[in-house]
Every structure is written in C-alpha cells, then in structure tokens.
Ligand binder design. Structure first.
Ligand code: FRU
Length: 436
C-alpha cells in the first residue's frame, strides 16, 4: 500500500518517494525484462536511518511506477545491520544485485578501524522481482590491507568480455579511495587497481565508472572536503572527473542543498541516465516531510551529455512529456510547474512565500524567507544565460544554461507557486506521474 497521499501535503507528484519510511541512495538502476528497475535504500519502518533494505519500483516509461516490495532485506549474519548501496548487472537472463552487507559489532569500537564489517554481497533473480541465493563475494579480509573497514557500494559494469566492480573506500590514513576488480563470471574477482586520492577527502562513497562520448567518467561522493568559495558547500559532495581524478578537474553534479550519492546507468537506447538522492545525511537543515511519516525523494532521471569538457544534465524526454502547454506568464499558482526564462538583466524569482533567488549574468543567490527548514543563504559566481525551474510540491530542480549546472533543493512553502520579476518568462503546468 502506498502512503496515503491526501494526508501528506509534501508528497511530490513526479519525483519518486519511498513507499513507506525513509529513502536514501538510488541503487541497482537497470533495464531488465522490458522495464526499468529503480531500487533505493529504504527503511520501510521509520524515517530514521537505522534499518537499510532495498525498496524497489519498476516502470516502463518513468511515468507509471509500480512498487515491487522489498528486494533485499538485512536478514543474514553478513548483512544484519543493513543491506547498503550497490548496483545491478544482467548476465545470461538473470539480474544480479551487488550490495554491501553491513555489520556493526556491539562494544566500544571506533567503527572505522574496528567493530565493523563491510561485506560485498550478491543476490540474483530470474524475474527481476524476487531475489534469492544470497552470496558473500568479499569480507573485509579480502580487501587490501591499507584500507580501513569502510569499503562499500559495489558498482558492477561490463566492458568488452569482462565485468568490473568498483568499490568506494576510506584508507587507514584517511584518504578517499576506490578499488577496481575484474571478473569473468561475477563470482571471482581480481584486484586491478587500488586508487587513493591525495586531496579529495577521507572517504569515497558510491563510486561508478562509465563511458560518455568516448571519455571515461569517474563519479563518486567524497566525504571530508573543505568548503571553497564557489564549491563544496554541502557537508558531503558528489561529483565527477573526466578521464583522470584530481581535485582540479572534479566537478560537482549539483550545486543545491539536497543532492548526494547519484547512480548512472545506460538504458537500451544508449542514454546515460543519472538519478540522485535529493537529500543529504548530517546537514544542518532538515526535512519537514518527516512529520508526515516519510522522508526524502529521488531527483528526476537526468540524461547526461558531454559538451566542452563538462557534463550537461537534462530531465529525460519521458519527463518533459509531462509538461503541459507553455504560456507567457510571470507568475503561477500551483504545486507542479516549469518556469523558464533567459537572463539578460537582474531577475528575482520568488517561490511560494518562501525562497527568493536572485539571478544575474554572473551569479545566483538563494535566500529562504521561511519554510526552508534552516537552509542557509547561498551564492554561486557562475555565468548564467538561461534558467529552467522545475517545481514539484516540495522539491525544486533548477537547470542553468541547458543543464550545465543544476541546483536541487527541498522547499516547504505553504502556498506553492512562483513570481518572476525582471525577465519575461514562460510557464507550463506539469502533470503528475502515477505511483501504484
Ligand atoms: C551513502 C551511503 C552509502 C551506504 C548507504 C547506506 O548515502 O552512506 O555509502 O551504502 O548510504 O544507506
């Protein structure tokens, strides 16, 4: 049974939210048996983190979603404290899910070098819905000895005849790291690379490697990078590097308050599609839907394109099909809409009674008057010529310059709508998706 939507005023209309309880990272994105599968970290019993299962939606069109129940439960000795993040891979008509089995021992431990297990696990399915045959692929003693006990989030992909698995890690001397393994059979894995970053924090979470226009893209969520004037404003970052990882060529996926741990998959048409978690753990601000008994949602699926050494993101075509007719208008009352305009002079956008955003050609600045649940003021000095604001009830994704930058935030306005001052804009209502 889906959460009763009439009682929950913050439930989005076309962004995925948990069937019940809490959601965090998107997991196991794939196309199998003629439909897309979107799994996610889920505590079905509460909005608190504590228990981690894999929730599961399927969809044929990113508009009609079906909740398929819990795909993985933390019910074995090797994953009893959480079926943590991971990915999906198809081989010989079976869908395999790889994930991290988390175990935390009771006692006086630091849970970095002692007291924790991070097991790489695998389950399999013939129908894409029911998963069996839980197997342990690695325990901590199998990982290189320079690493702490934080090793997790397997991302498995195929290149040529070989499978590869990348795992995020924290080295014993606190550097963000990843491991790359290769395999012929998805059961035996050989270490190919043990990478340790110099200056990109103490831990990489949710790493992935994929090809975009013949370039190798490294995507990861590093923890522990200090804020700089124009980047790393969130407590934890998520970004990518093209062909080679270094701090200077690391670009954040999203500049907003609420974005983390994205996953990218390749669909049957060859599109590279990214979905992120529109949330963050440990931030100073909060998520008011918790009062309604649910917490967090995913970002829209975004198609990735490489242009001028940067990755541009745009909502996939299926989502843009939900847009209704555009009208020339500078204001709108309603909770699902897209407003778009060009920046030729100073422009102010007021979302509901809540968020004020000032744009000019060289800058974007946000200020919550209220209903931002403590999201602080934020400024980015960036060149801006075009703005698309996608608003969905309690989440807003702002695409700048056709997706050169994206800014995602949650927003809890009591009277949703928009007023745009300074630039002429076009506004369209967005139809809701269907969740069953
Ligand atoms: C990222 C993360 C992952 C982990 C999962 C647990 O948000 O911390 O590293 O697998 O969440 O829910």
């Amino acid at each position: 049974m889906f959460i009763l939507s009439s009682l929950k005023k913050f439930l989005p209309g076309f962004h995925l939210y948990p069937n019940s309880g809490r959601l965090n990272d998107p997991n196991g994105l794939c196309y199998f048996n003629n439909e897309f599968h979107i799994f996610y970290q889920n505590n079905p019993h509460s909005t608190l983190k504590r228990e981690c299962y894999w929730g599961h939606y399927s969809t044929k069109d990113f508009i009609h979603y079906k909740f398929q129940g819990l795909a993985i439960s933390p019910n074995s000795k090797r994953d009893q404290d959480g079926a943590y993040s991971g990915s999906a891979i198809i081989c010989k008509n079976k869908l395999y899910l790889f994930y991290t089995g988390s175990v935390k021992h009771k006692g006086n431990y630091d849970y970095v070098l002692t007291g924790r297990e991070s097991n790489t696990m695998r389950v399999e399915s013939k129908d894409g819905i029911h998963f069996t045959n839980k197997k342990v692929i690695f325990t901590n003693k199998d990982y290189p000895s320079n690493l702490s006990l934080h090793v997790r989030d397997p991302y498995v992909f195929k290149e040529g005849q070989n499978f590869y698995m990348v795992l995020g890690a924290r080295s014993k001397d606190n550097h963000g790291s990843y491991l790359l393994y290769s395999s012929k059979d998805l059961e035996h894995f050989k270490l190919v690379k043990n990478y340790k970053s110099k200056d990109l924090g103490y831990m990489f979470e949710c790493p992935s490697i994929f090809i975009l226009s013949q370039n190798k893209i490294y995507s990861f969520s590093p923890q522990g990078i200090k804020t700089e004037s124009n980047r790393f404003k969130n407590i934890f970052s998520s970004g990518y590097a093209i062909n080679k990882i270094s701090k200077s060529n690391y670009i954040e996926w999203d500049l907003g308050y609420d974005f983390y741990a994205p996953q990218v998959f390749v669909d049957p048409k060859g599109r590279r599609i990214l979905i992120g978690w529109a949330g963050l753990e440990g931030a100073s601000y909060s998520y008011l839907e918790e009062k309604e008994g649910w917490k967090h949602c995913l970002t829209l699926p975004r198609e990735l394109k490489l242009k001028n050494n940067k990755i541009y993101q745009q909502p996939i075509k299926e989502i843009t099909n939900l847009y209704q007719k555009f009208k020339n208008a500078n204001s709108y009352k309603g909770k699902r809409f897209l407003a778009k305009f060009n920046i030729t002079k100073d422009t102010q956008v007021i979302l509901g009674n809540s968020l004020v955003i000032k744009f000019n050609k060289n800058r974007m600045a946000t200020h919550f008057k209220c209903n931002g649940a403590n999201r602080p003021d934020r400024k980015y000095n960036i060149k801006i010529n075009k703005v698309d604001i996608i608003f969905d009830t309690s989440i807003c994704e702002i695409y700048l310059n056709n997706g050169e930058y994206v800014f995602t935030t949650r927003i809890y306005s009591s009277n949703p709508g928009v007023v745009i001052k300074g630039s002429k804009s076009k506004i369209a209502e967005i139809k809701p998706a269907s969740f069953k």
